[in-house]
Design a binder for this molecule. Sequence first.
Ligand SMILES: [Zn+2]
Length: 306
Amino acid sequence: MPVFTHAACFAHDTGPGHAESPQRLGAVVTALRDHVPGLEWLEAPRATRGQLLRVHDPILLQTVLEAPDRLVQLDPDTVLSPGSPEAALRAAGAVVAAVDHVMGGLSRTAFCAVRPPGHHATDLHAMGFCLFNNVAVGAAHALERHGLSRVAIVDFDVHHGNGTQAIFAAEARVHYSSAHEMPLFPDTGDPRERGAGNVRNAALRAGTGSHRFREAWREQLLPAVDAFAPQLLLLSAGFDGHRADPMAHIQLEADDYTWITAELGAIAARHADGRMVSVLEGGYDLPALAECSVAHVAALAAGSAR
Ligand SMILES: [Zn+2]
């Protein structure tokens, strides 16, 4: 199975002590190289301006791509550094390339080991560690370049993907499902938020463990994804729901990420010839991030062979 990544993703410098550190990507890459055999490591291309403009305002492109000569705080969480423009272009470009790879029949599944993460970025604003909305750029590419009419974005990061939801809330060709801790940043994702009928949100209380997590997906979200009959699944794969993660209060184990990946793989097999592209989002405890990435990518790779 292909893994798209790029060395430039390490050069997005968030400053000392920032949770969204380059060491996160190092932990993921090292763990996957050591523990998931048979991965094909591919260099992510840059997303083009045209690919980014499908989901982002030109003002955001200008903000992110004008490289500063020092660290600039875009908001209290979100930092722009001299290396950030190239990292952001490669992170979004990885998802575009992975979509092309899977749609071209070269493999059924693919993983994007990238940073900065993306699901909080809106059309106009970088926020919550995110510069460009990588998964949204990939979904728009699947619609416009590959002519798909049903793309599902499934978000199991512990935070709500407010940016992804807002970008596609009126786009009937995209279904968005998310389970996330509430209340928690970014304070969106109430189950009453349904977009144009294409959005499903499940709220998880602090302290939620494996049983309740799986129940929420099984009862509230997976049936909606299945009913949408997606031609392609894109996953916002955040691992900050792990019990060791310092950013949230959900009590998942690595095995829960194996489970959700297999459940989504079954839906992909029914409707999408198995096609799934997964994109790294959050996960801030390095050992847990490494363990969960291995669990998820091994399950994703199990469905990859053509
Ligand atoms: Zn998160």
